[in-house]
Design a binder for this molecule. Structure first.
Ligand code: 5GP
Ligand code: ZN
Length: 113
């Protein structure tokens, strides 16, 4: 399958690893939007939140739990951080392999643009 993030998981495209286990992979975003910008993805190819099935519920919980752990390791836990999953083109999704942005290290505005 011609998927950028599947290639990153397979090591065919280099990335800076932040965390990895049997189910998920986290790496530094190539174009960071904040001092800390980590992308967390399931190893399984799922195109977006829209393709989630009942069987993925634990996986999504695991990703959020590990985002919390990574936020602590990256020193953004106390000041606050943002977890974002752009879903669909109009929402800004450019890579159609489910991913969660973990952003921190600066102040964020609300509502987002
Ligand atoms: P999206 O726009 O789909 O929400 O997020 C895709 C993210 O993947 C963007 O923040 C973009 O900078 C990042 N990205 C795209 N290509 C690469 C790459 O080859 N390596 C890494 N590390 N990040 C990438
Ligand atoms: Zn993929």
């Amino acid at each position: 399958m011609d998927c950028l993030f599947c290639k990153i998981v397979a090591g065919q495209i280099p990335s800076t690893k932040v965390y990895e286990d049997e189910y998920i992979y986290a790496f530094e975003d190539i174009n960071p939007e904040a001092p800390v910008h980590v992308v967390i993805i399931p190893k399984e190819h799922i195109a977006s939140i829209k393709e989630l099935k009942e069987e993925h519920k634990a996986l999504i919980g695991h990703i959020h739990y590990m985002a919390n752990v990574i936020a602590k390791e990256k020193g953004i836990y106390d000041d606050g951080f943002r977890i974002v999953s752009n879903t669909g083109e109009k929402a800004g999704q450019t890579v159609f392999h489910l991913h969660f942005h973990l952003l921190g290290g600066r102040e964020f505005r609300w509502p987002p643009g």
